[in-house]
Structures are given as C-alpha cells and as structure tokens.
Design a protein around this ligand. Structure first.
Ligand SMILES: Cc1cc2nc3c(=O)[nH]c(=O)nc-3n(C[C@H](O)[C@H](O)[C@H](O)COP(=O)(O)O)c2cc1C
Length: 161
C-alpha cells in the first residue's frame, strides 16, 4: 500500500505553477486561496479544474459559490501566495483586487486571470474537484517569470528555460 506521505512526495515531483482562487465567501467578503492543483481541461467548451481539500476552513464557502476566478501568480507574488495559504485570514485588501464584469474578485498583477462559473463539482476522495466553465480570460504580455512549486517548495524556472 502506498502511504499518503509517499503519494504527497511523488505528486510533488510534478512541478507546477501557483494560482490563487478568488471568490466571495458566504458573508460576501472577497477571499483568496492558494492552489497548485490547477489544470486546463477543455478548449471547446472552455473548461479548467482545481481541487479543494475537504478539511479546508473555506470548504463550506467554496461549496456555496457560483463564480470564482483563477489567478496565475508571478514569481514576485510569493508573499501573497503564503498569505492566502495560511490558516488565518484569506480576505483580500481592497486595493489587491478588481472584479471581472462584476463577478468574482480577480487579483491585480496576476500573469493570467480566468473568470469562471461552476460547471461541475465532483467529490473525489479527500478533495472536491471543481470544474469551471470559463467566461472570460485575460493574460499579460510582459515577460515576468511565473511562480513555480516543486517538491514542496517555491522555485524558479531553470536559467535559459
Ligand atoms: C503552493 C501551494 C499549493 C496549494 N495547493 C492547494 C490545492 O491545490 N488545494 C487545496 O485545497 N489546498 C492547497 N494548498 C493549501 C491551501 O492554500 C491552504 O493552506 C490550506 O487549505 C489550509 O488553509 P485553510 O484551512 O484556510 O483552507 C496549497 C498551498 C500552497 C502553499
């Protein structure tokens, strides 16, 4: 039998980007959650997915949302990534966000933003998989490096990559 620790370590060898999910909680406050389980799913229709741990303090809020944003982080956004991964407050400062077409809060300065409605939710073991239908997308054309997560730590793209 593979232990959860072995699995976590093996999964960690898949280097990923880092994103913050933005949404309004049940008190209509703009909140964010750091994730690396983002995946592109489909181009037509436009779909993406991410997974939320069942034990997250934000589970009931996420389960109730109709819209969320996915914000892909740049390398200079580690501090925000850590804040939105903490077990304390996940509430955004007003000047950190904008709303896309009056929808979910989106992070200023992200490399790319996806504005989504809930397409489907799948209970999958100790996580909830959220499949988002993409209603809008924005991406920046500057050359800022992405934030990368690999083997349980932040890292950077290899020089020359
Ligand atoms: C780089 C990184 C990636 C993460 N990816 C996920 C993820 O995909 N899904 C998830 O539920 N939590 C993920 N987390 C953990 C959450 O950000 C958060 O720390 C955790 O849910 C505990 O806080 P909460 O109980 O307030 O949600 C990640 C954390 C970090 C630092």
């Amino acid at each position: 039998m593979t232990s959860p620790l072995d699995l976590r370590q093996a999964f960690g060898h898949f280097g990923t980007g880092v994103a913050i999910i933005g949404f309004h909680d049940r008190e209509n406050r703009p909140v964010g959650l750091t994730i690396n389980s983002f995946a592109s799913v489909s181009l037509e229709p436009a779909l993406l997915s991410w997974c939320l741990a069942n034990e997250s303090q934000l589970y009931a809020d996420v389960a109730a949302v109709s819209r969320f944003s996915v914000n892909i982080l740049a390398a200079d956004q580690i501090e925000l990534s850590n804040r939105m991964a903490g077990s304390g407050s996940h509430i955004f400062e007003a000047d950190e966000i904008e709303s896309i077409n009056g929808g979910a809060p989106a992070l200023k300065g992200a490399l790319a933003q996806f504005d989504c409605h809930i397409h489907d939710k799948v209970e999958a073991g100790d996580h909830l998989m959220l499949i988002g239908g993409i209603d809008g997308v924005r991406h920046c054309s500057d050359q800022r490096a992405p934030l990368i997560y690999f083997r349980g730590a932040y890292t950077a793209l290899a020089e020359g990559a």
